[in-house]
Design a protein around this ligand. Sequence first.
Ligand SMILES: [Zn+2]
Ligand SMILES: [Zn+2]
Length: 191
Amino acid sequence: MTRPSQVYLLNTHDLPRRAGEMKEYFFDIPAPERVGIDVIAVQPGEDIHVDLRLESVTQGVLVSAQVNAIAKGECMRCLEVVEIEVDRAFQELYRYEPEKAHTKAQRKRAREENDDLDEDDELMMDGDVLDLEAPIRDAIVLDLPINPLCTEDCPGLCPGCGVKWSLLASDHGHEVIDPRWASLQGLTEQE
Ligand SMILES: [Zn+2]
Ligand SMILES: [Zn+2]
């Protein structure tokens, strides 16, 4: 069984390890699981389209990519299905692993630079392989709205009957019978 994250691996063996060499790739990654935030995400099986350029630099491989996908969620106000087009670029440097760098100079430089870097932020190549999961996930998450709405001015639902305000008459209203309703309405308005 393949690990879900294996779909994000890219083998760069076609890219010559000489500074300035470039290669372009276009591919679709079927999302192995939801990618996004709680309220909206690219759904499992939906394609994440990646246009990517690799560039050999002295320290490793520089990745410049454009990520496109469709995320689905619910409008925060009326619960209608919302589809949002993700379109975001990222650029990341994947460093050669010191012991796997191809030339002496690369090994030396990789070692020097790794010494004074925060390991957590570092993207490292695994031989010729790049793991694109983290930057692709980040690109999608950063492009998604925290409060997705079906339309910018979605009026939401009537708190009395749960019907969308856009479908109700302008004089629509409810008599407040139970005082607990009134306090609940107050709560939702504050949010
Ligand atoms: Zn809405
Ligand atoms: Zn109502």
